[in-house]
Design a protein around this ligand. Sequence first.
Ligand SMILES: [Mg+2]
Ligand SMILES: [Zn+2]
Length: 284
Amino acid sequence: MANMNNIVVVFDFDKTIIDIDSDNWVVDELGFTDLFNKLLPSMPWNSLMDRMMKELHDHGKTIDEIKQVLRRVPIHPRVISAIKSAHALGCELRIVSDANTLFIETIVEHLGISDFFSEINTNPGLVDEQGRLRIFPYHDFTKSSHGCSRCPPNMCKGLIIERIQASLTKEGKKMKMIYLGDGAGDYCPSLRLRSEDYMMPRKDFPVWDLISKNPILVKATVRDWTDGEAMERILMGTINEIILSSEEEEDKEKMLSSDNCKISVGIVHEPLLPLALQVPTKSC
Ligand SMILES: [Mg+2]
Ligand SMILES: [Zn+2]
């Protein structure tokens, strides 16, 4: 997707795009909360979700039933309009989430917003031959550790942000990033943002608490939000602010380069070539 304004907006998914946690939502709606809570102390969240999908399958719950439950997730309507407006303004939108591909794709397709995202970084969710959803770790920790002690073994969102930053630098783009999230897993990315970026933590949620404890550690400008309405207002305000400031910068550059042309006019000698052979020279 063409990026028109050099802004990348990175969204967490659970409790950021949708208003609840999709993993909890599926487990609760299908009546498996007690078992989930019983097993939670004994295994990492990501492995537990794979196990819960086995339980659902063993109890005859189908992928279709899971998808039906996912299509009912609560979402603040302003979040959808915020996503559409950010895209219309030329921002590139990405998702970084500790849920899984099947949950996220089902929801964004149902909401009609899947085409607005250029990338979804999350744990692979694949349906096996028996019709059971398998949820695998984004980072295969059985082979090696991702090396970040802040994050769960299956995913370091900070490393994903670093990879995005590196790929954009390689393409020679001067990008500004806006990151939105609520959870403790969104703290690692907030530490990787640069001073020209923006961090949008959800107020009174774990990532906001962590940032508030030692605000100086985050180099990016921090702008908190409470609900979908505030998210839309603050996100749009920030995007417009960046666009305006980069336009001003462009204007300044144009003025400087047109000054250069005036100075050089007296010493430019056009070669006397037939019209058909003339190559375009620098246009000011
Ligand atoms: Mg979240
Ligand atoms: Zn990390």
